[in-house]
Design a protein around this ligand. Structure first.
Ligand code: GLY
Length: 587
């Protein structure tokens, strides 16, 4: 039988544009729908999500999706599956999912309580200093913050995933590591993306013998599509964690290997830094958008704050009526994005070290004041925009995956080693790459990082501090029930990617796969340009240019892995086709 005509309850459509579609819906309601549910029909749409009734996993690698789905099918919950996926991705996608990095996880229980966040962002080592990436004349040396042993923050992934399991899981850390160990030891079939990534990253990995040993054949060639790729050193590291728990990473042999790697190459991380690392349970940022509750990551990520801020600004514009990716909508989005990224440059940092005006930045009043400065038909030059004045200072290549289980528990997780393949440096004898997350600090206030993001005093390097992030694992609830679980990689574009998928679903009534696939735009204040993906029409671009915008076509932005939950509990999963190995699977 064909896929049953099930659908998402939330399908507001621009009026008058989908009469045929609505006719089908009405017929379906009269014929097949259980009473009480608004129904939509996926038949006739261009893109189709994966459908599940008990559980759903969406990750950027099909092998990780499969092992996590198996955990759900065996009776595990969303946290069990998410942690299993997190470790599996560290094996199958070492360029971004990785135990040498850090990230953020949002967890919402099926009982409708507000989500909690686990912050396992990397920290600056104890010996880090404000000027460590500047030379004697105060010039920033980006080579140091990106491609040297100084670039690495103290990794948080192992501690963060273990904490999630300890707080909410039902399986042991050893069990969650089982599939990852098997994949590292026995190997997995190399996809084309893996080979291409290694060819691109070769100049960065080549200087480091441990990276060549871990990721290339003995003769220096990259593994080819269809080859089996095994990781013996990583296998041993994962086995130590399975045996000894987090101490298998932060103490003992793994810690000694990391500290030796640092000592031999002028890095800063010591065994004491590793032993001292602690993940933190935080309250996510909360906002509302057209009756939906938005929960996303709080500092040290800027993601949630600015998603809520931009949505607050846009709530006052007729987004739905103006049509998806119309010149009006792109104009409003770009203007709102500029204002948010200008504020980011000034105010955002690790709240354990600096005060961040979160209440002000996410307030509807502040958004209204910002919105009133947006012209209907004229772009505001970035040079005219300065960070605003939010009130209420309170007292004193990344990867994402989403999981929902049969009890309605949801996990949204984004983690990273910053660049694709991080610093390019593999810990000798331990088999995993080190992050280059220290570049997310402001090496010097006002000097942009690798993503062109400007940071201020609030994000200067300090010992033990977490560097500012854009990662935005997000859970949207409707009437206390999980509605959307989403998040993306993409550096500075994480925030705007996540934002647009939320809007595509809420404003434009798209099914989740259509919402994920739709062309995206991005503006980050500086540089003063709207980046667009292929698929925005040339006449729309001309209209934007006539309003004073610079527009430039960019390569694909983000790789958002999302799940939408219908009122009746039906699950819709969407892997982002921008990453060829993405997959969403339900059961
Ligand atoms: N390393 C990118 C981010 O955390 O935003």
């Amino acid at each position: 039988m064909d896929e049953p005509q099930l659908g998402c309850a939330v399908k507001p459509r621009p009026e008058g544009r989908f009469i045929h579609h609505w006719l089908i819906i009405i017929i379906a309601l009269l014929t097949t729908a259980p009473a009480g549910f608004a129904q939509a029909i996926l038949e006739g749409e261009r893109f189709h999500p994966s459908i599940g009734h008990h559980g759903m996993v969406a990750t950027s690698h099909n092998v990780a999706t499969e092992v996590a789905l198996k955990v759900l099918q065996d009776g595990g919950n969303a946290v069990d599956a998410a942690v299993t996926a997190g470790f599996a991705l560290a094996v199958t996608q070492p360029r971004s999912g990785n135990i040498g990095g850090g990230g953020f996880m949002l967890i919402a229980k099926g009982d409708g309580s507000a989500p909690e966040a686990i912050d396992y962002r990397e920290t600056a080592p104890a010996a880090a200093t404000e000027t460590m990436f500047q030379d004697e004349s105060g010039q920033v040396n980006a080579e140091l913050s990106r491609f040297s042993h100084l670039a690495a923050g103290v990794p948080g992934t192992v501690a963060g995933l273990a904490l999630a399991l300890e707080r909410h899981g039902t399986i042991s850390l050893k069990d969650a590591l089982g599939p990852a160990i098997k994949l590292a030891r026995d190997g997995f079939v190399v996809p084309r993306r893996f080979t291409e990534g290694l060819e691109q990253a070769r100049p960065r990995l080549e200087p480091w013998p441990a990276s060549m040993k871990a990721f290339y054949k003995r003769n220096g060639n990259a593994y080819q599509p269809g080859d089996i790729f095994r990781q013996p050193d990583l296998t041993k590291t994962l086995q130590r964690i399975a045996r000894e728990g987090v101490a298998g990473f932060y103490e003992g042999k793994t810690a000694r290997l990391i500290a030796a790697e640092m000592k031999n190459h002028g890095g800063l991380i010591t065994e004491d830094d590793l032993k001292a690392y602690q993940p933190v349970v935080r309250q996510p940022v909360h906002g509302t958008y057209r009756g939906y509750d938005i929960y996303s990551m709080s500092p040290p990520s800027s993601g949630g704050t600015h998603i809520v801020q931009i949505l607050n600004i846009l709530e006052g514009f007729p987004i739905r009526e103006s049509g998806h990716n119309s010149a009006d909508n792109i104009h409003w989005m770009a203007e709102a994005m500029k204002l948010a990224y200008a504020d980011r440059s000034q105010y955002l940092g690790d709240t354990d070290f600096v005060q961040v005006p979160l209440t002000g930045l996410t307030s509807k009043d502040y958004a209204e004041s910002l919105r009133s400065g947006i012209s209907k038909d004229q772009a505001r030059p970035a040079s005219d925009i300065r960070p605003g004045a939010p009130e209420d200072f309170e007292s004193p290549e990344t990867t994402h995956f989403s999981v929902v289980d049969q009890w309605g528990n949801a996990v949204s997780n984004t983690y990273t080693i910053n660049f694709s393949y991080g610093s390019g440096i593999t810990v000798t004898g331990a088999g995993f790459l080190l992050n280059n997350e220290m570049d997310d600090f402001s090496a010097k206030p006002g000097v942009p990082n690798a993503y062109g993001l400007i940071g201020g005093e609030a994000n200067k390097v300090e010992a033990g501090k977490r560097m500012l992030s854009s990662m935005s694992p997000t859970i949207v609830q409707k009437d206390g029930k999980t509605f959307l679980v989403t998040g993306s990689p993409g550096g500075s574009r994480i925030i705007t990617t996540t934002l647009q998928v939320i809007m595509n679903v809420i404003d434009h009534g798209m099914n989740i796969q259509t919402a994920v696939n739709a062309p995206r735009i991005h503006h980050q204040w500086l540089p003063d340009v709207i980046r667009i993906e292929q698929g925005i029409s040339p006449d729309t671009v001309r209209l934007l240019e006539s309003r004073g915008h610079s527009v430039s076509e960019s390569s694909a932005m983000g790789a958002i892995q999302s799940i939408m939950v219908d009122e009746d509990g039906t699950l819709y999963g969407a892997g982002d086709p921008r990453r060829s190995t993405s997959s969403a699977r339900g059961y």
